[in-house]
Design a binder for this molecule. Structure first.
Ligand code: GLN
Length: 187
């Protein structure tokens, strides 16, 4: 198994380390040529969604990745990665991959709560540590979307088909159960 990790900006190294802790091979996607090697799954890390979105297009990575995602490639987006996968971003007509039927609100936690840590349940796994950094949350989800985590009545993790998203950063903890969950989907 090989997992591609988008490595244009943001926290991709931590995802690679998480995968390593699970003995899963990964490679960094930085340019079009990196897509020559087939992948079994894709991780879109946190960072700044506008920056990553622009780089994806400038580097001509957007269309080939979108095609693979649409064709069912298991894809996991954390934070900015979730924004890139959402069908709708609140307050703008800009969208990126539009692969999961959710509306997300960027920087949704006010200034004081810009970054915080908590523990909350993840469906089927139990309580897990969650690190939020200028995080989005899910404002609306279609009925087909499975909700996996809620914090203070806000939806913060979800899955639909081949797409998994979290508002928080499981890669910034020492708990690799969410990555293991993703790897199980890839299998
Ligand atoms: N605030 C960022 C955005 O809107 C997301 C933050 C993150 O990925 N940690 O893209």
């Amino acid at each position: 198994m090989r997992i591609g990790v988008l490595a244009l900006q943001g926290g991709f190294i931590e995802h690679i380390q998480m995968l390593r802790s699970l003995q899963v091979n990964s490679f960094e996607i930085r340019k079009k040529e990196d897509l020559r090697t087939a992948m079994d799954g894709l991780i879109l890390p946190g960072g700044e969604s506008t920056v990553i979105g622009k780089l994806l297009k400038d580097l001509k990575l957007f269309d080939p990745l979108k095609e693979q995602i649409q064709n069912g490639l298991p894809t996991f987006g954390t934070c900015a990665g979730m924004i890139l996968l959402a069908r709708k971003i609140t307050g703008t007509d800009t969208t990126y991959f539009g692969a999961i039927d959710i509306e997300v609100k960027r920087n949704a936690y006010g200034r004081q709560l810009g970054s915080f840590f908590t523990e909350a349940p993840f469906k089927g796994i139990g309580s897990i540590p969650m690190t939020f950094i200028r995080a989005p949350y899910i404002e609306r989800a279609a009925p087909e979307v499975e909700i996996l985590s809620e914090v203070d009545n806000r939806l913060v993790a979800a899955r639909q088909g081949n797409i998994l998203v979290t508002s928080y950063h499981p890669e910034l903890t020492t708990d690799n159960r969410i990555h293991r969950y993703f790897i199980e989907q890839v299998k």
